[in-house]
Design a protein around this ligand. Structure first.
Ligand code: AHG
Ligand code: MN
Ligand code: MN
Length: 346
């Protein structure tokens, strides 16, 4: 019997080995960030296990409470939140955690630690009960508050360009962890039977252009004229296809690989957009820039937005460079016309 070539291949690079290798490149590094990334990976394995058996044990459906955003919390939102907090508290590398599910900053008690983490423990939770992809998003900063004291909101309000690492885990047809420490984006696919993440995508590059647009078109009539026009052009002139899962991580991951644009423009209900700046948009903007794509709110790069509060929302356009550039120049042109019309009417 012949062994197939694929069976003869080496097992590959585990996430742990990759993290160690990267750390070796910095002889003075203390290994704390590396340990923090391992703690996040560990928490994600536990959440992955819970998600995989969600239909078999009583953890689907609503928990019966609302989070700080006034959104109904699902049982798995709460479970993922607890799992992550526990992993980060026990891991010891983080002094404070900002979570979508908690109004206030969580103090871990590890006052001598250097880092803080902002996270959306479970993204796309409306998709849990119907077996559709969901995710976890994280963003890491080096604290600015003094070592030996609790975390402060300033630690989290440093701005997107101060992130030292960011990433997400997508619990999809396979589970994948995608992250960057500012030197490109790499992805690790989870091998269930071995309980390990293996390097599967190195130095990811987002296509400069794409044929996919992702937006909740139920709100189409609420969008501004230039946004509607932009979408109509994509449909009618650029031959684009609509793809919208309703889990940001999953929509983002697909577009990162295939090229495209994700839009969450203002709506009547959410005039400043729906998505959260610190633990949804900053980390994905960091990744997309690292992969050669762009992230904008229509006026400035997402990473340049100066944050004012920990749970603030933002309008967001994430995508291939050409598509985001086209959208921002359309928005500029529209705004200039309005200004001119106003000026001439005075
Ligand atoms: P979360 O489950 O963390 O609250 O996030 C839900 C977000 C995001 O994942 C998704 O892209 C978006 O909400 C969908 O919003 P709409 O249902 O308004 O399209
Ligand atoms: Mn979310
Ligand atoms: Mn969430």
């Amino acid at each position: 019997m012949q062994t197939s070539n694929s069976l003869a291949l080496p097992v590959g690079t585990t996430l742990d080995r990759f993290i160690n290798k990267q750390q070796e490149a910095f002889p003075y590094s203390t290994g704390e960030l590396s340990q923090l990334l391992r703690d996040i990976a560990l928490a994600s394995k536990i959440i992955n296990r819970e998600i995989n058996r969600a239909g078999l044990i009583d953890i689907t459906g609503a928990f019966g409470s609302n989070n700080v955003q006034g959104e109904a919390q699902q049982k798995l939102d709460i479970i993922a939140n607890i799992r992550f907090i526990r992993a980060l508290v026990n891991g010891g590398q983080v002094v404070g955690i900002l979570s979508e599910e908690d109004d206030e900053i969580i103090q871990t008690g590890n006052v001598n630690s250097k880092y803080v983490v902002a996270m959306d423990p479970l993204d796309g939770s409306s998709n849990i009960d119907v077996n559709v992809s969901i995710g976890t998003i994280f963003s890491i900063y080096r604290r600015v508050s003094e070592i030996g004291t609790p975390a402060t909101s300033e630690d989290f309000l440093q701005g997107g360009r101060k992130q030292v690492a960011a990433g997400y885990i997508l619990y999809g047809s396979s589970t994948i962890m995608v992250y960057s420490t500012g030197k490109g984006v790499n992805a690790f696919t989870y091998e269930n039977s071995l309980g390990e993440y293996f390097l599967s995508h190195t130095s990811m590059e987002m296509p400069q252009d794409g044929k996919i647009y992702s937006v909740n078109e139920a709100y189409f009539n609420q969008f501004s004229n230039p946004i509607r026009q932009f979408i109509e052009n994509l449909r009618n002139e650029s031959g684009c296809m609509a793809r919208y899962i309703g889990s940001l991580v999953a929509d983002f991951h697909r577009n990162l690989l295939k090229g495209g644009i994700y839009l969450y423009p203002p709506t009547r209900k959410a005039s400043n957009g729906k998505l959260r700046l610190l633990y949804e948009c900053y980390p994905l903007a960091y990744l997309i820039e690292q992969a050669g794509g762009k992230a904008s709110n229509g006026q400035e790069d997402i990473l340049d937005i100066v944050p004012t509060s920990i749970h603030q929302r933002t309008i967001v356009y994430l995508g291939s460079e050409k598509l985001v550039d086209k959208l921002t120049s359309d928005l500029d042109a529209f705004n200039n016309t309005i200004v001119q019309q106003l000026a001439t009417s005075l």
